[in-house]
Design a protein around this ligand. Structure first.
Ligand SMILES: [Zn+2]
Length: 253
């Protein structure tokens, strides 16, 4: 069943705001496709010298408005500075926002489509990703309508310095943390899910699995609880992202 929840913004207007704010912040703005007349935005800002390359994405589920708003607020706040080279895809499913649905207009959950790539949105994103260098870190920003608090998934197969705890601790300043032992059907500890086994064996790939299989060796999917007021969810996501970026860029990562 598809829940219909109107987005608190018009996706075309938000895309314009995102693009304008990013250009002002020194980003290059590019559309790697479009959906329902709204550009699929990629915003890149390269810093000379050895810097971590960080990909942040959001808005893949059209009933989760906080992620694109959090990314916009971070762009406007100047968070994406000379500490890293940045790759932002802030609204991957504009039609979902137009329609108030998790899925795109064809009813496809884009975050299960990265293995078979049946949707034009995911195909366009992947085509764009293949033109980028590998990333040191990817952060996929989400919300969860069933969660009791903030939580995240960590994919860190090489055991690199974990960003999970700093993110959860930072989010806890803005919203509750979901401390359930089972979240989304998976074993969790203090708001952190580390999916066991080889996630690439799954039949349907979320964006994070595709990224870890092809573009990065460390990836997080962060989730704010949709039951809270929008401002609290945006604040929790921003706090978690800021914490991750601080640690990831601290010593040139
Ligand atoms: Zn989601």
């Amino acid at each position: 069943m598809t829940a219909v929840k109107a987005a608190p913004f018009d996706p075309l207007a938000l895309a314009s705001r995102l693009g304008a704010a990013a250009e002002k912040a020194g980003f290059r703005r590019e559309a790697f496709g479009e959906a329902g007349g709204v550009p699929l935005l990629a915003l890149t800002r390269r810093t000379p010298g050895p810097r971590p390359r960080i990909h942040l994405s959001g808005g893949i589920h059209g009933d989760e408005p906080a992620p694109p708003l959090a990314l916009l607020a971070l762009v406007e706040a100047g968070e994406f500075d000379g500490r890293a080279t940045w790759f932002l895809c802030p609204m991957l499913n504009p039609q979902g926002f137009s329609r108030g649905t998790r899925e795109n207009a064809a009813g496809v959950d884009l975050n299960r489509d990265y293995r078979h790539m049946e949707s034009p949105e995911v195909r366009s994103h992947v085509r764009w990703l293949r033109r980028q260098p590998n990333f040191d870190l990817t952060l996929c920003v989400h919300e969860d309508w069933e969660a009791r608090g903030f939580y995240l998934y960590e994919l860190n197969p090489e055991g690199r310095r974990s960003l999970a705890r700093p993110m959860v601790d930072a989010a806890a300043g803005a919203c509750p943390v979901d401390t359930s032992p089972i979240i989304d059907g998976r074993e969790a500890r203090d708001g952190v899910i580390r999916p066991p086994g080889d996630p690439a064996q799954r039949e349907k790939w979320p964006e994070s699995i595709y990224l870890i299989a092809n573009h990065t060796r460390q990836s997080y999917t962060i989730e704010s609880p949709s039951s809270l007021p929008l401002e609290a969810r945006v604040a929790a996501l921003m706090a978690a992202l800021r914490a991750a970026l601080e640690v990831a860029t601290r010593d040139g990562a």
